[in-house]
Ligand binder design. Structure first.
Ligand code: GDP
Ligand code: GDP
Length: 455
């Protein structure tokens, strides 16, 4: 029966599993309550219940995959990003700016029931500056007989306004047709899809851990070439920096440098930035400030990167501020608090003095090699054969789940699918992961293992 799978081989066919490149990235923006979330939910075909309006809720994603008429595209959804109540205007504007920065084209949603407002006009000014193509959707026209009212929004000067009812799905098809045309003709300036020939690294960590300092240090000491990747009229969002003799695309440095700590909801805003940077990166340098107690927020940033399946290197920064006693204490803390990333390399350094920053390059290269690594099906199965012989799954109710066959379904990060005759205990899964790592390395990368039980 194992042979059948081998020859059937659909899982061996990477094209079935690997990611298809989207035609572009569409940001959905608009002031609060115009119906962005409702529209995005409709585009994604997900349940309306996903609409979540709790202020300060950390969203786990910034972009979502969508499909319209056979075209895959990414949606950057700002619905539900609304944070603090004070200073809501600037907050909304900031968030819309992030979304626009990440996108190739923009869908601006306005509300027919309230008509044009000042905030709509401000959004339009921001969009003009961005120079990205824009399509306008006039929402809440629930009765098609009222669709003509949309023409009032020609006044925005953003081209033909499309009447829709996001709630009832009316007009959404025509709108998406227009958006697809816009995306296909758009210059591809999006942060999310832009890719140079360089590997992409993000420096992440809560404010003040030393991200800018480290970047500066790396740029100076390595005599970096700082280049504007996007090459457009707007601010560059990435830089190319030479680290250890190799060029890297450093993600989102503009966002990192632009300090927003004074804003209300700064923490939330910075977590949104972090998430966007993680989505665009292949490798994350997760920075910690060792002169401060390691906080829940620090560990959350790390988890975001791991959960997103990125290669990681842990950086303990400001090492120059530690005395011998605190170093020992920190080592103990590391043992107990960083169990999620026992596979990651850690570099202790000082971004300020440059001490040990030359150790980063090796760790970064190792992590990315692991992230890319593919184990052949034959090697994998002979490895699993040996494991099962040496340490079979414990008996459960007189039965013993057996591993039939396994394959590596993907890379970046490595993903494995294991076919078994029964459910595997969590302990045994951990054992398998541990053995996989012992045998094949995978230092610096998360690995994903899914188990399929065959009847
Ligand atoms: P967001 O803040 O822009 O994401 O807006 P939401 O999607 O949360 O919608 C705000 C409110 O408008 C909610 O109460 C929705 O049910 C309502 N809404 C959204 N789309 C429509 C629509 O097409 N027609 C009507 N009548 N109400 C809508
Ligand atoms: P960011 O918000 O993560 O970009 O952090 P910054 O790079 O702006 O650094 C925050 C503060 O920490 C600044 O005052 C830096 O001078 C300081 N700093 C950064 N790295 C180090 C370091 O390695 N040692 C010491 N002593 N201070 C550092």
């Amino acid at each position: 029966e194992d042979r059948a799978l081998l020859s059937g081989g659909s899982l061996e066919d990477e094209s079935l599993l690997d990611y298809q490149k989207p035609v572009g990235v569409l940001a959905v923006v608009g002031r609060p309550n115009v119906g962005k979330s409702t529209l995005v939910n409709r585009i994604l075909g997900r349940k309306a219940a996903v609409v979540e309006n709790k202020p300060g809720v950390t969203r786990d994603r910034v972009s979502y995959e969508a499909n319209w008429n056979g075209s895959d595209f990414l949606v950057v959804d700002t619905g539900g990003w609304e944070a603090g109540v004070e200073g809501i205007d600037s907050e909304v504007a900031n968030q819309a700016e992030i979304a626009v920065e990440l996108a190739d084209a923009v869908l601006l949603v306005v509300d027919a029931q309230t008509g044009l407002t000042d905030m709509d006009q401000r959004m339009v000014r921001m969009l003009r500056k961005s120079k990205k193509p824009v399509t306008v959707a006039v929402n809440k026209l629930d009765d098609v007989r009222d669709f003509a009212e949309a023409s009032d929004f020609w006044r925005l000067g953003m081209g033909e306004p499309y009447p829709i009812s996001a709630m009832h799905g009316k007009g959404v098809g025509d709108l998406l047709d227009a958006c697809m045309t816009m995306l296909k003709n758009a210059e591809h300036t999006s942060g999310l899809l832009s890719s140079s020939n360089f590997r992409r690294v993000a420096l992440i960590g809560k404010p003040n851990v030393g991200k800018s300092s480290l970047l500066n240090q790396l740029s100076h000491s390595q005599r970096a070439v700082v280049t504007d990747i996007a090459g457009t009229t707007r601010d560059p969002i990435d830089e190319v920096v030479e680290i250890g003799g190799k060029k890297w695309q450093v993600i989102d440095t503009a966002g990192i440098k632009r300090h927003v700590n004074k804003l209300s909801g700064a923490e939330y805003y910075s977590s949104l930035r972090t998430q966007a940077a993680i989505e665009r990166a292949e490798l994350c340098l997760v920075l910690f400030d060792v002169s401060e107690p390691i906080s829940v927020q620090d560990l959350r940033v790390m988890s975001q990167a791991v959960d997103a399946g990125r290669a990681i290197v842990i950086v303990f920064n400001k090492w120059d501020l530690l005395d011998t006693f605190s170093r020992a204490r920190l080592e103990r803390l590391y043992e107990s608090e960083f169990t999620q990333v026992t596979w990651a390399q850690r570099v202790n350094l000082s971004a300020k003095t440059g001490w040990h920053t030359n150790r980063l390059a090796d760790a970064m290269n190792t992590a990315l090699n692991s992230w890319d690594q593919r184990i052949s099906t034959s090697k994998l199965n002979s490895f699993l054969g040996k494991i099962q012989q040496a340490h079979p799954h414990p008996l459960r109710g007189g039965k013993q789940p057996r591993i039939l066959f396994a394959t590596q379904a993907g890379t970046r990060p490595p993903r494995f699918v294991i076919f078994t005759t029964g459910f595997l205990d969590p302990g045994y899964r951990r054992y398998l992961e541990h053995q996989l790592r012992e045998t094949f390395g995978f230092e610096g990368t998360p690995i994903q293992i899914s188990v399929r039980v065959r009847e």
